[in-house]
Design a binder for this molecule. Structure first.
Ligand SMILES: O=C(O)CCC(=O)C(=O)O
Ligand SMILES: [Mn+2]
Length: 206
């Protein structure tokens, strides 16, 4: 499968432009839009509560909840379709994932702000496999220390982006809003949650 290694310092990011073909991607976009248990979470920014600018869902092996930005998501059990996609992501990356966070960007107003995926339960060097379906959106990267270091890549339908190694230590990423008309997009970020890490930190706080 064609892959492109991004030439960025302190990062290990590989882009696979076509994990899925166009027809398969279109079919999955429709199916997942209709069948996933989408939820609208609310976030607090500067003391004001507002709807998160996208819909989300969390599917995983039993018992793996996920907490980020103060939101804890209880898992839904894997579906046939998600297991098929997980197998495809595993075949190209050589990683066994145990969970997936899904994001639905309804239009150009939906977005995700600057962040790193560096919660403790993602382990020392988080491995994130990110599959995109539907409208093309811009994925921006910026180095946390070297302010001039930036990169951007268009995440097209059917593409897969693998982030690993020290990427989350040194880089942040975002999906900015856009004024261009864009069709809906679903992104699936497959993750490896290390339950033992969480158990330890929970015990520590008792
Ligand atoms: O939508 C995307 O491509 C990025 C999603 C993301 O960064 C995340 O779920 O942590
Ligand atoms: Mn992320």
């Amino acid at each position: 499968m064609l892959s492109v290694l991004l030439q960025l310092p302190d990062a290990d990011i590989v882009f696979y432009p076509s994990l899925l073909d166009e027809q398969e991607s279109d079919r999955l976009l429709t199916q997942l839009t209709e069948t996933i248990d989408w939820r609208q979470d609310w976030i607090t920014i500067y003391g004001r509560s507002m709807p998160q600018p996208r819909l989300t869902a969390w599917y995983s092996n039993p018992g793996i909840s996920y907490t980020y930005s103060g939101i804890t998501m209880q898992p839904s059990p894997w579906t046939r379709t998600l297991l098929d996609l997980k197998a495809k992501a595993e075949a190209v990356s050589g990683v066994v994932f145990n969970s997936v966070l899904l994001n639905l960007y309804r239009d150009g107003n939906d977005s995700m702000g600057w962040h790193s995926d560096d919660e403790p339960e993602l382990g020392q060097n988080p491995i994130i496999g990110s599959l995109s379906l539907g409208g093309t959106r811009r994925f921006m990267l910026r180095h946390r220390a070297e302010k001039g270091l930036k990169h951007q890549i268009e995440l097209t339908s059917g593409s897969f982006l693998l982030m690993q190694g020290t990427t989350q230590h040194y880089w942040q990423h975002q999906i900015p809003k856009t004024k261009r008309p864009v069709p809906p997009r679903i992104n699936l970020t497959f993750r490896v949650i290390d339950l033992s890490v969480r158990l330890t930190s929970e015990l520590d706080t008792d």
